[in-house]
Design a protein around this ligand. Structure first.
Ligand code: PMV
Length: 346
């Protein structure tokens, strides 16, 4: 374990039923449901514990992260690292290097894959052997939506009332619905103005609509599980679109209002409605996280038509296309990210 580099990769996820609004320790007000995406939308994290290190060091996308100045998420990462090290009875400090395969802070839930890769890699490096459920609780503490990225395929996050009850579990694995894809329309790669951490709190404190969202989203989560089981694209699409709209309505109802949807996002949303109306059934859904990029959920057999029409409506637009992907995994030594920083421990 000591001086050995462990590298893990975890994939982002897209929520079909959203998590928005949280209590302490990132315990949500409602359960949520997501699809874990493929390896093309992932975070790779390398970890080494060594007695040659004087303190913990963390680099995210090449930038050193300072526990005291790096903001709330950075503080949480260092706290979780200390808790896991204590659990393992290890004294050595850690060098951790993490890299995303996609732009961060654009509502692509980069923090989710980051949190899951972090929990998985540290668990391996410390030889803790924690269960996936325990890792989902640990990832949740770093970034709520991260608990869902600890599993592949289709995932339900039970809201729970206490920390031990708020964990994710797999509903169906990544081979259940191979036709289903997420085409992410990259409207912008710019950093979002209001981070999700701030947004969760601002909405529960100030939105008058929020209390109505909780039972609606809870019901959506149970229904989404059923619709995923049945691979019911028509009804699941309506549920996904309504849930996304409902979450963004509570954001807009916050004070001051939080808004992530841009004119280009709206053009895509309207186009999806036009396509579904013309078909006489829902063949595609849109859903947006805390950012303007639009996730288009559809089946492969419809994707050419849907993406062509969206492209025609908004002009030159880039899509990242992904299907359901697997759970976090360890990568071979030659994929370690830490190499360039290894001289610190040599
Ligand atoms: O995990 P956070 O704190 O980044 O929150 C993400 C919340 C949404 O992406 C907007 C919705 C979700 O369930 O992923």
């Amino acid at each position: 374990m000591k001086n050995e580099v462990y590298t893990a990769s975890a994939n982002a996820n897209i929520a079909f039923v959203k998590y928005w609004g949280k209590k302490s320790d990132n315990i949500p007000f409602n359960s949520s449901v997501s699809m874990t995406l493929g390896n093309n939308v992932s975070t790779i994290t390398s970890v080494v514990f060594s007695d040659k290190l004087q303190h913990d060091q963390l680099f995210i996308n090449g930038v050193p992260v300072d526990a005291s100045k790096g903001g709330e998420k950075a503080g949480l990462l260092f706290d979780v690292l200390s808790q896991m090290r204590k659990l393992a009875g290890v004294k050595e400090h850690a060098l951790i290097v993490s890299k995303n395969s996609f732009p961060a802070s654009t509502g692509l839930a980069s923090s989710a894959s980051g949190a899951a890769a972090f929990a998985y890699a540290v668990n391996s490096a410390l030889g803790l052997g924690l269960s996936s459920r325990s890792l989902s609780i640990i990832a949740r503490k770093i970034s709520g939506s991260g608990c869902r990225s600890v599993f592949g395929g289709f995932v339900l996050w039970h809201a729970g009332n206490r920390s031990e009850e708020s964990y994710a579990e797999q509903i169906k694995n990544e081979n259940h619905w191979p036709q289903l894809i997420d085409a992410i329309a990259i409207v912008t790669e710019a950093k979002k103005k209001v981070s999700s951490s701030e947004g969760h709190i601002q909405t529960i404190k100030t939105s008058k609509l929020y209390k109505h969202r909780i039972p609606f989203a809870e019901e959506n989560a149970s229904r989404a599980v059923e619709l995923i089981h049945n691979k019911d694209l028509h009804n699941l699409s309506e549920l996904i679109m309504r849930d996304s709209n409902n979450m963004h309505a509570t954001m807009l109802d916050s004070w001051p209002p939080i808004h992530y949807i841009t004119d280009s996002s709206w053009r895509i949303i309207d186009t999806i409605h036009e396509i579904n109306d013309a078909e006489g059934k829902n063949i595609a859904a849109y859903t947006l996280d805390a950012g303007p990029n639009v996730h288009i959920i559809t089946e492969k057999r419809y994707s050419k038509k849907v993406l062509n029409e969206v492209g025609n409506a908004v002009g030159d637009i880039k899509f990242i296309i992904s299907r359901a992907g697997g759970s976090p995994r360890l990568l071979p030594d030659n994929m370690a990210l830490i190499d360039e920083k290894l001289n610190i421990i040599k």
